[in-house]
Design a binder for this molecule. Structure first.
Ligand code: FES
Ligand code: FE2
Length: 463
């Protein structure tokens, strides 16, 4: 059997070592989560194009994935008051995510039990959930409140006409639902997330920026564009001076019930594709410049040598972010302060670890295989006053609106727009490939997280 032990795990140069070598030179004790390495890689496999385009495959995903998986639906802070609610839609699934008590959340079926009208089309609030057709209403806990002309519905009982519910669980300030009434607890799906992220730390963050972007591409096309750094050389070539794309480390953590993968892309080192044409010192300067664009007015550091470049940028990040957020980063490793450390929990959740890129992603399918929604949020630790600033309001971006129309993302918007620029043409190309029964061919290491995703899908769907 292919154990994946004999494959080349990335490329390096003198100025751009592999992640494991970078971590050995860290100026602080590296967090155990970052030192953790994954198990064996899945065999790479040809991926049929139809998985991204065929409505029949999307229907299988509905039955075997979305109807039966723990999936992220938002954060507690999105719904600060009792009665606050918002819709969560994934293909044919639709739930009202609602704060039903001071410390209680529910996922209620988003369909009127009278004649099916959708009950919640957009984020709203109030102590009743009232249908806009004939005015049937429910309380925030899903119990029946009122039916006009109740005398005309002699068979309707309060007990039978509660709104149906999906299971809802919470971790680290995130809300997850599972429509399967027999689902195992969320913890079994979280796997290494539960140890690699301290739940308290994840909960004690607040949303700085939150965007919901519609994309003309299958949800897996969008997700997979963010699971590898292989595309940096072509899509983000202007980042190569300070991004260790080919030296990125990929790990799979899968125990059969939790399906997690991770990448660590080192920042402040040049791309190995550049050979030694960019020095470590220059890469440090480029990285500081890129980080500095998110902090206008903050003076950039002076990088003194190749050997200390990364640690100097990290020290500057500890000081400037620490002052900006009123938070103590003195124990955090260079890697924690700089690198892109992105986890993926099947099927739709990407939390990032550390302050290099403090993001989280949520992916959901549209009602056809050809479009989907990606939510991106940037978070920050709570200030040391302990006061929770209000979560940033979600910005909705339609298909043709770029992320740069949400200026809050600063320089990152440019990077995301480079990614989003590819996605509709990938979908079009995959439709053409589907017509000739074509397949995608994955890199053995750099695209191993995509192989893993499809291994999980094959396990659930059988094709
Ligand atoms: S469909 Fe909702 S009250 Fe009639
Ligand atoms: Fe990208």
């Amino acid at each position: 059997m292919d154990t994946g032990m004999d494959i080349q795990r990335g490329a390096s140069t003198k100025a751009s070592p592999l992640v494991r070598d970078i971590l050995q030179r860290d100026t602080k004790a590296v967090e155990p989560a970052i030192l953790r390495t994954g198990g064996s890689l899945p065999p790479s496999r040809p991926i049929p194009a139809r998985r991204y385009t065929d409505p029949a495959y999307a229907a299988l995903e509905h039955d075997h994935v979305w109807s039966r998986s723990w999936q992220v639906v938002g954060r507690e802070e999105d719904l600060p008051e009792i009665g606050d609610r918002k819709p969560y839609v994934a293909g044919r699934l639709s739930y009202i995510i609602i704060r039903s008590g001071a410390d209680e959340f529910r996922a209620l079926g988003n369909s009127c039990l009278h004649r099916g009208n959708q009950l919640c089309a957009a984020a709203t609030s109030g102590d009743k959930i009232r249908c806009s057709f004939h005015g049937w209403s429910w309380n925030v806990d899903g119990s029946l409140d009122h039916i006009p002309s109740r005398w005309d519905f002699p068979d309707v009982t309060d007990a039978a006409f509660r709104l149906p519910e999906a299971k809802l669980s919470r971790w680290g300030g995130f809300l997850f639902i599972n429509p399967d009434p027999d689902a195992a607890p969320l913890e079994q799906s979280l796997g290494v997330l539960a140890t690699d992220f301290r739940a308290q730390d994840a909960r004690d963050r607040f949303t700085l920026v939150h965007v919901r972007k519609k994309v003309r591409a299958n949800w897996k096309v969008v997700l997979e564009a963010f699971l590898e750094a292989y595309h940096v050389i072509e899509t983000h070539s202007d980042s190569m001076g300070f991004t260790g794309d080919a030296s990125t480390q990929y790990d799979i953590f899968d125990n059969g019930t939790s399906h997690i993968s991770r990448l660590i892309t080192p920042l402040g080192v040049p791309s190995p594709h550049l050979g030694d044409t960019v020095s470590a010192r220059q890469a440090g300067e480029y990285a500081a410049f890129a980080f500095g664009m998110a902090m206008p007015g903050v003076p950039l550091p002076t990088i003194t040598s190749d050997a200390s470049a990364r640690s100097e940028v990290a020290a500057w990040r500890r000081a400037t972010l620490g002052a900006g957020f009123g938070h103590d980063f003195s124990a955090a490793s260079d890697s924690y302060m700089l690198d892109s450390i992105q986890y993926y929990m099947f099927p739709n959740f990407c939390p990032w670890l550390g302050e290099g890129l403090p993001l989280s992603y949520q992916f959901t399918p549209g009602d056809t295989p050809d479009w989907s929604v990606m939510e991106i949020r940037a978070t920050a630790p709570l200030p040391n006053t302990g006061q929770r600033p209000p979560a940033a309001e979600m910005i909705e971006l339609d298909f043709d609106m770029p992320l740069s129309s949400a200026p809050q993302f600063g320089v990152l918007a440019h990077v995301f727009d480079q990614d989003f620029g590819n996605l509709p043409t990938i979908q079009e190309g995959l439709r053409a490939a589907w017509a000739r029964n074509g397949v995608c061919t994955l890199g053995r290491y750099q695209e191993s997280r995509i192989s893993h995703l499809h291994a999980v899908l094959e396990g659930l769907i059988g094709s």
